[in-house]
Design a protein around this ligand. Structure first.
Ligand SMILES: [Zn+2]
Length: 201
């Protein structure tokens, strides 16, 4: 059902591949861009190209970084003995909003999801184990999302981390179940962080 030709259809197809953008939204954004001034449209195109060229993954925690290490890994004031494990860089933003956490992060870049064909090997699990195995870490907080995939990921990691003789904790209940960490308000997330409990794997 490709109604449009050439570049317009290509634009709609590409926009439709973005997360949360259905075919109707893709059409609407495409029309908007076609009507926009060349300057506006070029600015958007340039910001995508530049972000892709200049931003990569932190080689230590796999957060978004400009250069080798992200801001958190470069900051010596952050406590390197506590690691907060999250699914995506945007979850770091949620945790930071609480002002309750002064440690370091580790970004898995997803969660275990058999339905979507995502297993531990697609995530930054090996890197997490290596990081903890290198020593210096005394606690790992499993701050994956409070949904099925996040819980399964947390349990999987807890089992792997247990032999390393560190404290493994999980956010306290009280977070909206089934949701994403980023949608929790900072007070609720702050309390869940403060009331974190040791995981028995
Ligand atoms: Zn980092």
């Amino acid at each position: 059902m490709n109604v449009y030709e050439g570049p317009v259809q290509t634009l709609i197809d590409e926009l439709g591949r973005l997360p949360g953008i259905g075919p109707k939204s893709a059409q609407r954004i495409a029309y908007y861009l076609l009507k926009a001034s060349p300057d506006d449209a070029n600015r958007l195109a340039r910001s995508i190209t530049e972000a892709k060229a200049r931003v990569s993954w932190c080689r230590q925690c796999f957060n978004i970084a400009q250069g080798e290490l992200c801001g958190f890994c470069r900051d010596d004031r952050r406590d390197a003995t506590v690691l907060c494990v999250v699914e995506e860089p945007r979850d770091i933003v949620a945790v930071e909003r609480t002002h309750e956490f002064k440690g370091r992060y580790h970004v898995l870049q997803g969660a275990i999801s058999p339905i979507e064909g995502i297993g531990p090997e697609q995530l930054r699990v090996k890197e997490l184990l290596r990081r903890v195995g290198d020593g210096g870490v005394t606690e790992v907080i499993l701050a994956t999302n409070p949904n099925i995939e996040g819980e399964a990921t947390a349990m999987y990691l807890a089992k792997l981390l247990k032999p390393l003789e560190i404290t493994v904790t999980r956010l306290a209940s009280g977070l909206p179940v089934g949701g994403d960490l980023e949608y929790a308000d900072e007070v609720t997330l702050g309390r869940a962080l403060e009331g974190r409990r040791q995981v028995d794997a």
